[in-house]
Design a protein around this ligand. Structure first.
Ligand code: PLP
Length: 414
């Protein structure tokens, strides 16, 4: 490797080159058998992915967005309901909520984990909602709607604090749907059950995306729902296939949201490699932390609580002059990304929700300060050294203030 070679933000071609023939054979098989949609390849992958997630059922669908929308609908969430989530996610999280007929309500995040702050969830429910004695559900006082569900997002591959969120959800009669679209294989230590749990095995249902850049990615669009609830799984099988359990007999109106056989075959091949890829990502994260520490920039390293085993879909650092750092890295031929530049409550599409700047200060600060560094299983130490050297040069030339962080979560008594 040359000292000035491009270090891309994401490198899918190196990843696929390792087993290109195997991938191509999936396509050849499909051509020869004519099996393109559904069939044994889809069923096999569903079984294996369910096992990977320690979940009883997996239903393959066309995208992560479909997975979220179908999971909500199958769990009985829809018309007029409120679904609580975080403002610092990809818009698919809230698209699924509104497209299921519900309304998103946001709560702020923690500045160490970048995930939903359980105390913010509790504060919204206690401060803004009342218990409807007749139904047992809680309602938003201003909106008058039933608060039906909460979607914690395991952002950047780090699980949300599920024990605490589940405890609050139980108390307030909420269904928990995990947005695990960035967290294939992530683990959470549940003190309640005294064991590690996989992302996708904790909520009523969980949504996964297999968009190409995800930790497990298709060569096109794909997604899946995992659940331990047989009825939810059965409903999603109907929803993804035009509401039919038997061909041309439609119990309900559904969607065209199936997983195709070629993507399932490709995912099957890649799933075998996922544990070692996730391990490589964790090793790369560890290496970033060490390199940053050696450069006296240890405070930039990611924060992983002892109950979390992140799969580092992304490796983000927090800096106050992000644009200049990104430019400097680009000049050194190093790719970066921003996830995400505008929090959902300030997007034009959500003007109608009535939020304003200042409503979620932590999510807003993260939206303007986070930079995603190159992160993929094939990232090597020399590349990471170059990235950290470039950050160090930037730090020497500019004032990089240490943001106060990792304090808020601890202060909340968690
Ligand atoms: C990728 C992603 C989705 C949507 O997945 P698609 O497969 O692109 O529809 C949803 N939520 C999060 C957090 C994601 O990162």
């Amino acid at each position: 490797m040359n000292k000035t070679d491009k270090i891309p933000f994401l490198d899918l071609s190196t990843l696929h080159a390792e087993f290109e023939e195997e991938l191509v054979s999936v396509f050849t098989d499909a051509l020869r058998t004519g099996g393109f949609v559904g069939g044994p390849a889809v069923e096999k992958f569903e079984q294996d992915f369910a096992a990977f997630c320690d979940a009883r059922h997996c239903v393959g669908v066309a995208s992560g967005t479909d997975a979220l929308r179908f999971a909500l609908m199958a769990a009985g969430i829809g018309d007029g309901d409120i679904v609580i989530t975080v403002p610092n996610s990809f818009i698919a999280t809230t698209e699924a909520i509104s497209q299921a007929g519900a309304r998103p309500v946001f709560v702020d995040i923690d500045d160490g984990t970048y995930n939903m702050h359980p105390r913010e969830l509790e504060a919204y429910l206690e401060g803004n909602c009342y218990r409807d004695e007749k139904s047992g559900y809680w309602r938003d006082r201003k909106l008058g709607r039933r608060v039906a569900a909460v979607i914690p997002v395991h952002l950047y591959g780090q699980p949300a604090d599920m024990d605490v969120i589940q405890e609050i959800a139980d108390r307030f009669h909420l269904t928990v749907i995990e947005d695990a679209c960035q967290a294939h294989g992530a683990e959470y230590f549940s003190s309640t059950d005294d064991r590690w749990k996989k992302a996708g095995s904790m909520g009523k249902a969980a949504a996964f995306s297999f968009y190409p850049g995800k930790n497990l990615g298709a060569c096109g669009e794909a997604g899946a729902v995992t659940t331990n609830d047989a009825l939810v799984a059965q409903k999603i099988r109907m929803l993804r296939d035009h509401g039919q359990a038997k061909k041309y007999f439609h119990d309900v109106e559904g969607y065209n949201g199936r997983l195709d056989a070629i993507q399932a075959g490709i995912l099957e091949i890649k799933l075998k490699r996922l544990p070692s890829w996730n391990q490589a990502r964790r090793a790369a994260a560890q290496r970033y932390a060490e390199l940053l520490d050696n450069a006296n920039l240890g405070w930039l390293a990611g924060y992983e609580p002892e109950w979390s085993r992140s799969v580092y879909h992304l490796y983000v650092i927090r800096v106050q002059n992000r644009e200049r750092l990104m430019k400097q890295l680009a000049d050194a031929n190093i790719g970066t990304g921003i996830h995400y530049p505008v929090p959902l409550h300030l997007q034009k599409a959500y003007k109608y929700l009535g939020y304003k700047a200042g409503d979620f200060p932590i999510a807003e600060a993260m939206a303007s300060e986070l930079v995603s560094l190159p992160m993929y299983p094939q990232l090597v130490a020399e590349q990471q050294e170059r990235v950290v050297n470039a950050i160090q040069r930037f730090a020497l030339e500019s004032v990089m203030t240490t943001p106060a962080r990792k304090t808020r979560y601890a202060a909340a008594g968690d």
